[in-house]
Design a protein around this ligand. Sequence first.
Ligand code: GLU
Ligand code: MG
Length: 440
Amino acid sequence: MTRRETDLIMICTSDVAGQMRGKAVPRRDWDSRKEKGIGWTPTNVLQTSFGPIAPSPWGALGDLAIRPDPETLIDLQMDDAGIDESFAIGDVYTLEGDRWECCLRGQLKSAIERLEENHGLRVNAAFEHEFHYSGFPEQDGLGYTLRSFRRLGDFPNAVMSVLDAAGLDIDTFMPEYGAGQCEVTIAPKPALRAADEAAILRDLVRATAHGRGQRASFAPIINPEGVGNGVHVHFSLETLDGTPVCHDPDQPHDVARQSGAFVAGILERLPEFLAIAAPSVPSYLRLTPHRWSAAFNNFGNKDRESAVRICPVFGASDPEALSRKFHFEFRAADAAASPYLLLAALINAGLDGLDRELATPTPTETDLAALDPAELRATGCKRLAGSLDESLTALTSSAWAKQAFGETLVDVIDRHKRTEIDLMEGLSEEEVCARYHAAY
Ligand code: GLU
Ligand code: MG
């Protein structure tokens, strides 16, 4: 099947709700739309995933433009995989042509620029994506089994062929631990591309499920007693000429000083940006001890319950390969977060650690949940907020956050997410999970 020139391409922005929203244009207009974009309105950023729009400082006023980045164009027709997708991701500009302060892709670009300008560094990142697939018969106890994998039918192969056709470097697919849960990973890329690919991957996995009359849900947790769907962000730093800078065999745990400062910034600021990384009401059911997510702002060495973990290195035959592969993993995020704002938050917090030359944190080696308050204080780690309400209060009270993201965006996140909290008022935990299951 060939495309008609009237067939539509959707030009999207990834927003505060973690949704891709936009407008579609006929492909014959693509060249002109690349330049002028599509019209957009500031209040769209207050659209929750549940219908109501949060109180907007702009109301019905104002105009913006989303200009697509041609590098993000996905234009796939794959009959065998049931795929017919045409979309691109863009940046939101003011009519004067400036980056709009609530454009999350623009926020990431600004963070990347600051890291390059102030420290001569770049971030490479890879996102791990967990999700629930409705075509996967749910049965506890069959995590990672060949039997589960078989029951997924042709879905995993279809996902991988679609991601590959979209230009993503496919890595692994697994039937995860949770009943009905899957995970897909792809190779690391420079930060902006990594966020683009995270957004693209989620929608292509959803599209592949849709093509089978099924759904893929990236909701942070599907039921209160069950396993969460995490977004784990693997990251490393390199110089502008591509020299990796995370590994130093002369430092504790091989963590080079500069990357240790970056990680220290992330962990110190995590309570302040948690509402960005885990921005949903049920996110806080997932961020509890013994779920292999993260419940404290701790550094861990190969510890799957740490907020930032030093990852093991496989198959490094020489010191150069080792230093290229050595990296960290941030585990406290979920897919209610826009991948752009999440990565912007990690970079902004890491930058703060670099600016203040923070010392590399000491990895914890115990179950922090088993410590009494005095013992926990002695580790220097804090229990992460127990609710979205609490993490929003930490965000809006943070002078650092207002400076890093701008007061307008912090205010918008607060308005948006507090409306979301109100919408979940009076619902049971099961009902809240069901609402998010449908929304993501
Ligand atoms: N499902 C866990 C989470 O919510 C992660 C399990 C793992 O891959 O280590 O983050
Ligand atoms: Mg996993």
